[in-house]
Design a protein around this ligand. Sequence first.
Ligand SMILES: [Zn+2]
Length: 163
Amino acid sequence: MRSVTEKEIRTSFVNCTKGEATRLAVPRDLAERPWDDLDFLGWRDPASTERAYLVTESGDGLVGVALRAARPTGQRRQSMCSLCLTSHSGGGVSLMTARKAGRNGQQGNSVGSYVCSDLACSLYLRGKKPVGPGGRLNESLSLAEKVERTMSNLTGFLDRVTA
Ligand SMILES: [Zn+2]
């Protein structure tokens, strides 16, 4: 994705109030992020174990969602990220819940998905971040096809947030 500024990030959130979007923790190292290798920007709030955020480009601009990561249950078994289909053990995948956008969210509705806890899906797909044994399926898909599948999974999740 193209590099984005803090201001763009703060105005991209679809499921936050303006106040929340103004206060939330945006990474301070935006200039050093590997934008060419990112399909979306995802990060955790260093001051809060629960808060996670994801921003991506969609047809008509940037779309950001605020997420709540469930506390790791301490399970050792592997679980799979529903976006990039990488498997991790030991809490490397978290159930992330997004409050729905607009009225639905105000009424307390949310949607959840299992996602890489560090939201580094793009780097796992590209082999830029190591994955444990059995973490990636042996597939004959090209990187472009894997990226396309990941983005289609992400779009599906964002559609559920905004539906
Ligand atoms: Zn992932």
